[in-house]
Design a protein around this ligand. Structure first.
Ligand code: 6PG
Length: 236
């Protein structure tokens, strides 16, 4: 199946963040209305932090939210560089999502053990309602890096251990491309000029890890307009 991309460009990061917050809340309302629960996968890195901070003031049905992580860094549980730590500080510590509905990746236990433990955690969760992902300068997403197996096969485990990641720390756990694709909606959140080449490669059809994420409903890419400028000039 070919990845369907919908590109949403914004002229300021503030506009992008507001649009992402509205899209997340809309997805939550829809899911809760349709099946009483909202299963969301949070992105790591720095780009989503402001979006999470904005979300915490929203009037949402937090009790119906179930939170998972797209990837995690193999660091102690309270380490400041953990994606779970960033998400807790920005959102989860401030809203009434039941503790039992928040599922951090136990990456402090080491990549292999954590990956198999998280694969078990995801047993029984068929489709996510919404997956949030970032994009790295080399085209990586979650902790799926160029030159590494993205786990896009149908029998790929839900979570995979990542070693020798080019972005520190080298030991990580990532949801596989196959598992990340099992979602009703998927949003990429992309800011920072350093990602211009990755975006150009993506739009030119170059296989980067982000292109292995293929939900049947397609993907929505929220990005800063500046990341598309050079291409616009090229096509005009
Ligand atoms: C991580 C992330 C990673 C991130 C991208 C973009 O743990 O590092 O999951 O995939 O989303 O590297 O990072 P920034 O948002 O910080 O640019």
């Amino acid at each position: 199946m070919k990845q369907q991309c919908r590109w949403h460009k914004y002229f300021t990061s503030g506009e992008l963040e507001q649009a992402a917050v509205q899209a997340i809340l809309h997805a939550a309302q829809q899911a809760i209305r349709q099946h009483g629960a909202f299963h969301i996968v949070l992105a790591g890195g720095t780009t989503p932090r402001r979006i999470y901070e904005l979300l915490r003031t929203a009037d949402a049905e937090w009790a119906a939210w179930h939170v998972y992580f797209g990837d995690e860094r193999c660091l102690p549980v309270d380490h400041a560089e953990r994606n779970s730590h960033m998400a807790a500080l920005a959102l989860l510590d401030h809203v009434a999502i039941p503790h039992g509905h928040i599922h951090p990746i136990p990456a402090e236990r080491g990549a292999e053990i954590a990956a198999s433990a998280y694969t078990k955690t995801l047993d029984g969760i068929e489709l996510f309602d919404l997956v949030l992902l970032g994009l790295g300068e080399d085209g990586h997403t979650a902790s799926l890096f160029p030159g590494h197996d993205p786990g896009s096969a149908a029998d790929a485990p839900a979570a995979i251990a990542v070693h020798n990641a080019p972005k520190p720390p080298p030991q990580r756990v990532s949801l596989s491309a196959h598992r990340l694709s099992n979602t009703r909606q998927l949003m990429f959140l992309v800011t920072g000029n350093a990602k211009q080449q990755a975006i150009k490669n993506w739009r030119d059809g170059v296989k980067i890890p982000a292109t292995f994420i293929i939900p049947t409903s397609g993907v929505d890419i929220y990005l800063e307009a500046g990341l598309l400028e050079e291409q616009a000039e090229r096509t005009n």
